[in-house]
Write a protein that binds this ligand. Sequence first.
Ligand SMILES: Nc1ncnc2c1ncn2[C@@H]1O[C@H](COP(=O)(O)OP(=O)(O)OP(=O)(O)O)[C@@H](O)[C@H]1O
Length: 557
Amino acid sequence: MHALLAFRKPFARRAGRLALALVLAAVTLAAGIGLLGVSGWFITACALAGAGSMFNFLGPSAMVRGLSLLRIVARYGERLVGHDATLGLLADLRAFVFRALIPLAPFLTRGRDWTSGDIVSRLTADVDALDTLFLTAITPALTVLLLGLAVAALMAGAIPAAALVVACGVVIVAIVVPLVTVRRGRKPGRAVVAASAEVRAAVLDGLDGHTDLAALGALDEARERVRAASAALSAARLGQIRAGADGALAVQVVAGVVLTGVLWFGLTGLGAGEGALSGPVLVGWLLAGFAIFEAAGPAARGASRVGAAMAAAARLAALTEAKPVVRDPQRPAALPDGAIVFDDVRFAYDPARPVLDGVSLTVSPGERVAIVGPSGIGKSTLVNLLLRLDDPQAGAIRIGGADIRDVAQAELHRRIALMSQDTPVFLGSVRDNLLIGDPAADDAACFRALAAARLEGFVRSLPSGLDTWLGEAGRTLSVGQARRLCLARALLSPAPVIVLDEPTSSLDHETESGFLADLATATQGRTVVMVTHAHLPHGAVDRVLKLDGGRLLPAAA
Ligand SMILES: Nc1ncnc2c1ncn2[C@@H]1O[C@H](COP(=O)(O)OP(=O)(O)OP(=O)(O)O)[C@@H](O)[C@H]1O
């Protein structure tokens, strides 16, 4: 329940529309109850009066037509407003969760077992489960409770004992049965959420690693993982459906008992004399009671999904309430231009094993510096600290004299363009991918950046040029071409500082040498910090430093 409260803000934003949907659902049910009640009374009264008798058909038949019209219009409005509110809520919830996810992104897989498949599942299935809570569970139970008690109050004047039975039945089907169903649906609900996350993770892993799995002969294991997760999901869903079906059965049993009670007390009150209950009126009350309990079935089925919604809310709250390791200062300082300074920086993922142990470095504006060193020594860690994806445990990093912890991360990231080993090609065209670096860039600027990354000839040879669709993760490009496109994107960015983390990995030797030879021209006037294993041609950078034992030492250029 605490987890559900974490989402009160997005729900509160849509409260007006949700309340209107609730009112329209109540009007729909009220019209349905009235329609059945009046029809029952009318048909019985007509039958009893017989053909040729004096009976006012006009009033009741007008009421039947009016109520059925009201029911149609109210149902239409309820569907329209309810779905509009729910779809709006869905968008708000996704945005709410995604906003919370962004500052966590660099840390999601550190110390927690959140895989990309699991996070996708939270953003889709978990948000969906939470989103439908109002329409499928809360609205039916509330409307049945309100209108059921209203019918009982009206009935109290005609058949007091029957009214009491109806009131008790309504409380049972609108409160007790849903609460018991919620309780019974909790365990399968948790299992549904966990199993659907595992299905997504297994499918995504299988698709991502399909080639390697096939080459290693491990496709059967991947298939078995998907099959087992799907079987677990089906079993959990069955448990959830069983809880809902048992709830609906309980509603039917209560309805039977209540209607028998109404009939019993009605028949005993049926008699002659002034003000006595007539047969047609009793039939009307019976059918009105029937309409209430008809509407209580969906409330029980909706209640069986509340457990899943609560489990989904708990998984989402774990994301939205997680504190990012790096946070913006309350009052961000301006970020001046100037030298990048690492001042005695110390950093360790594990306190027993420092990765950076007193790194000091000054990179003047416009200088190009390469950092080399063996694999796993801490080069990417150093770059991550400059981008403030983490904070050093001691020492400071300054740009133009300002500690980067005192400036807004967005401002820092506007100043630094990054191309790392993991930089992705996004779903879209060549142009879409380039414009991420500079949304205002024209074709000429795009081709200049492509030329600097040695990809211009290839893009010009494509029938659609810059508008060529690249597919998911740039699947229509070779690995080397994808790297060069990412490089062009970083070069297109107007940021005065460019950080390149292994920019030439996956490039063939000739392209690598060409790129490094062109680096000085391509980045002219900008500061470059490059991490590389490549052999650097003369003039590619101004200085080469070696990271060794947690410190930076000069190395031969
Ligand atoms: N998120 C993390 N959590 C814990 N340890 C980490 C994490 N990231 C890196 N490390 C460890 O920190 C050390 C430095 O890693 P880093 O990626 O900075 O090295 P690198 O010099 O860039 O390596 P490479 O050249 O292979 O990319 C490694 O021993 C690595 O195992």
